[in-house]
Design a protein around this ligand. Structure first.
Ligand code: GLP
Length: 241
């Protein structure tokens, strides 16, 4: 079911995603965006900011909701997804922010997750959800085994995900053991999904997600049930699809 758009390089993929987002924003100025983080989106947001600076693009009527966040990092921590969003996007464009980030601190996490789902519903749902994909097929922080009808909640991170994200943290610090993430059920309710994957390390994940049967062992395979999924990837990531 996915519409694969394959590009020769990671940079060309990022440019194409930014061009597509700019086009969707122009067509629907009040678009509700679901935003993702990770290395994959650094050049995507950079290309989008470049387009914004060139003029003619405004996020003023849009809203955003982020996919996931670590639990327990102090506010402003360099590895928090809040800090990532500030430095790669929010500080550079006129996107109204505030409600679109998950609670990052310990406290009543369950209530925070419920409120987040309520905020998404009150905004009318998410029109376009950006997604990366983990090497093990995770989406957001929905690790293998996550139920396809899961909602926004606190989850444990696998050692492989902690290892993959270690470089974002100062050497003396461990990656937090838990995170909050939109659920797979939450993601499936979004109207359109734009999944981005670059590099050979993502080839097997794309194959498991879209060229094998659906299984909770590969959370991204849940996306086969969605009616509008675009996969922007480079040739290396697309090598097994
Ligand atoms: C992280 C994030 C995901 C992201 C994925 C891939 O753990 N929680 O939202 O899509 O892993 O990240 P990267 O783009 O750095 O490979």
């Amino acid at each position: 079911n996915p519409d694969f758009r394959i590009f020769p390089s990671a940079a060309a993929t990022a440019d194409a995603v930014a061009a597509y987002l700019a086009e969707r924003l122009a067509a629907q100025p009040d678009i509700r965006l679901g935003l993702a983080t990770g290395n994959t989106f650094v050049p995507v947001y950079a290309a989008l900011v470049e387009r914004y600076r060139a003029g003619g693009l405004s996020f003023a009527g849009a809203a955003s909701f982020n996919l996931d966040e670590y639990v327990g990092l102090p506010s402003g921590h360099v590895a928090s997804f809040r800090a990532y969003m500030q430095s790669h996007l929010f500080d550079h464009v006129d996107l109204p922010e505030g409600k679109g980030l998950l609670p990052a601190v310990d406290g009543d996490i369950e209530a925070g997750c419920r409120n987040y789902e309520a905020a998404i519903a009150a905004a009318g749902g998410i029109d376009l959800q950006l997604l990366g994909i983990g090497r093990n097929g995770h989406i957001g922080f929905n690790e293998p085994g996550s139920a396809f009808d899961s909602r926004t909640r606190q989850v444990e991170l696998t050692p492989s995900t902690q290892q993959a994200n270690k470089a974002d943290f100062p050497a003396s610090e461990a990656v937090p053991p838990t995170a909050v993430t939109m659920g797979i059920g939450t993601i499936l309710e979004t109207r359109e999904i734009v999944l981005v994957a670059v590099g050979a390390t993502k080839a097997e994940a794309l194959q498991m997600a879209f060229r094998a049967g659906q299984t909770p062992a590969c959370p991204a395979s849940a996306l086969q049930s969605h009616t509008r999924v675009l996969v922007f990837c480079d040739e290396a990531a697309a090598s097994l699809v």
